[in-house]
Design a protein around this ligand. Structure first.
Ligand code: CP
Length: 300
């Protein structure tokens, strides 16, 4: 019998648990992961598109020897037959699913599923609210590259308001003692969009030289009706281009949760720059998710 344990957001993990996860992820990078999910059934239930998170979870589950079932909303009875989310969760558990990884466009929908599910539930992103495993892999990657996060100046740039990645990551980095900065226009960033302790900046050029790391964000067009700022004005003020690359310190990594939009928040030059560490983020995502799955199923 596996324990009921949920990861809805980053606050569901203690600092000790996060430290233990990172240590295990590091071990998994140095030797083959154990087949610790043999006999465990994992269902990935994505109500919203995903390349990175969905495939990353599948890779992690398969590396640990788990049985993997991928479900799309169109396959489920709740799409057309009126079944509720919580009843779907009860049914999946009764069918023998042990671990549920879910993404949903509505804030709180994954918590609704997970509360009813008597196994482990992992939030793979709910609306604008939270994306805790992206926060974990970002912090793991940043620590790997810049070392100590305490005191490090780390900025998130762009559409902070609609970014569940920024919301989860900023909270985790504040817990790690980082100086977290949010940079963007008023239509995508005000005090309500960031946790207490995050500095708000409007002038990207002025903020760049003081940074130890930069996280660029996509404009989340799917979460609002009409672009609230002129495209050209947004790009002029917040695109990371060749001139702005020169303002960033030589050793400061540039991260992006993906998908990234060339010609909007970044230019092609960024993806060719030695500070662009996106591929490491993606690779680390499999390690961190494998560590999380192992710990949720087998304990800490
Ligand atoms: N970072 C992230 O959540 O990407 P996907 O939407 O492709 O999963």
């Amino acid at each position: 019998m596996i324990p009921k344990r949920n990861l809805f957001d980053i606050d569901d993990l203690s600092n000790e648990e996060i430290g233990s996860l990172f240590a295990l992820a590091r071990e998994f990078s140095e030797r083959p992961a154990p087949r610790s999910l043999e006999g465990i059934f994992c269902a990935n239930l994505f109500f919203e598109q995903s390349t990175r998170t969905h495939v990353s979870f599948q890779c992690a589950q398969m590396r640990l020897g788990g049985n993997v079932i991928n479900l799309t909303p169109a396959q489920l009875s709740l799409a057309t037959k009126g079944e509720r989310l919580d009843d779907t969760a009860v049914t999946l558990r009764a069918l023998g699913i042990d671990v549920l990884v879910a993404r949903h466009p509505l804030v709180g929908a994954v918590a609704e599923l997970g509360t009813a599910f008597e196994g482990c539930t992992i939030n793979a992103g709910d609306g604008t609210n939270a994306h805790p495993t992206q926060a974990l892999l970002d912090a793991f990657t940043l620590r790997d590259i810049i070392g100590e996060l305490r005191g490090a100046a780390i900025a998130f740039v762009g559409d902070i308001r609609h970014s569940r990645v920024a919301h989860s990551s900023m909270r985790l980095l504040l817990r790690c003692g980082a100086q977290v900065r949010a940079i963007g226009p008023e239509c995508f960033l005000d005090r309500r969009d960031v946790p207490v302790g995050v500095e708000i900046h409007r002038d990207f050029d002025a903020a760049l030289p003081g940074l130890d790391a930069l996280v660029m964000l996509r404009v989340q067009h799917e979460r609002f009706e009409k672009m609230p700022i002129d495209d050209a004005a947004y790009i002029a003020a917040y695109q990371l281009d060749a001139d702005r690359l020169r303002l960033l310190a030589a050793g400061a990594p540039i991260l992006h949760p993906g998908p990234y939009n060339r010609g909007v928040e970044i230019v092609d030059d960024v993806t060719l720059d030695a500070r662009w560490r996106y591929r490491e983020q993606v690779r680390n995502g499999v390690l961190v998710r494998a560590a999380l799955l192992h710990r949720l199923v087998h304990g800490w």
